[in-house]
Design a protein around this ligand. Sequence first.
Ligand SMILES: [Mn+2]
Length: 248
Amino acid sequence: MKKNIYFASDFHLGSPGYAESRLREDRILRWLNFITPTCSELFLMGDIFDFWFEYRTVIPKGFVRLQGKIAEMTDAGIKVYFFKGNHDMWVHDYFSKEMGMEIVSDALEIERNGKRFFLHHGDGLGPGDRKYKLLRKIFRNPVCQWLFALVPPRIGLGIANWWSGRSRLANSNEEVFESVDQEWLAVYAKEILSKTHFDYFVFGHRHLPLNIDLNGKSRYINLGEWINFNSYAVFDGNDLTLNYFEKE
Ligand SMILES: [Mn+2]
């Protein structure tokens, strides 16, 4: 019975290099094969690629197994959503046209089986991080994207991959949980809850699997990442749970 909804983010394919990324891609394929029989919808919630920039006629090399598998899933009638992350926001029509995915640029609010979900990659939300919020505006600016596309891929992708490599994940700084009040996405979720009800807030970006009770009725799940955790969330029509693939 295809009734489950799956959520995952932060595969960071391409990082730190080809060989390690390929092993991760194989693992992701095993996971997709594992969920396919029960999957009605799949939400890929950002930073699937460590860097993706789509030119009008050119895409980055690699990741063909994932692309083929997603096309197979959407061809079979499974709805797949692709959220723009802070590493892979430069998508145009390739993912929708070739892979049948629906592109989500910002927050997505959905209701399934009477449960309300607030979904977002998680970047640029909540208090602080003003430097990134400014950068996000530049990165998402159509004129800036048009100018970047004029740079030949060999140079443009070189710069971009160098930039991506500087990120916290590639430098394996371990993420730690301090307290709910210091979790900026929990703070952001609570602010929304003061105005309107959601049963679940699902974010990525934090690189730390979290399942936090916000007020007794609502929860915040962070999807973690796939370099250390292989973490994902599943909604079985009744409840949303955090799970780990190929982990004891
Ligand atoms: Mn990430």
